[in-house]
Design a protein around this ligand. Sequence first.
Ligand SMILES: [Zn+2]
Ligand SMILES: [Zn+2]
Ligand SMILES: [Zn+2]
Length: 142
Amino acid sequence: MDAARRDRLIALIREQGERVTTARRALVTALVQAKGHVTADDLAALVQKAQPDVHLSTIYRSLDALERIGVVDHVHLGHGRAVYHLADEPHQHLVCEVCGAVVEVPDATFAELGDNLHRRYGFTIRPNHFAVLGRCRACARD
Ligand SMILES: [Zn+2]
Ligand SMILES: [Zn+2]
Ligand SMILES: [Zn+2]
């Protein structure tokens, strides 16, 4: 488990003038350990396993708070539920419609497209909110 990363994220909460509660700390820890994208329900289960005294409603409220503070972000990878990931390493998502693989690509991947759309249509895209769907390298070969 990357304790340094967790400590950085906890420090970030404090820097925003926000309290570091048991639930918030447990959520950040669970996300660092999970190393990926986790649904709110799976996160709640992980936190309850680590901190059985924390109420489920507190966990969901804390997740919302962490998102508001900017420590956590959610993304829609497909038809299923939104998943949560840490916001300290911004990236974009490509999802394979065939095998479900999630490919993380650099945050600036859609920068040129974004500039273009803004110039032509005055529209500001937020590509990190939804994944771009398609076929991964392995599935495209078939
Ligand atoms: Zn959303
Ligand atoms: Zn992500
Ligand atoms: Zn695939």
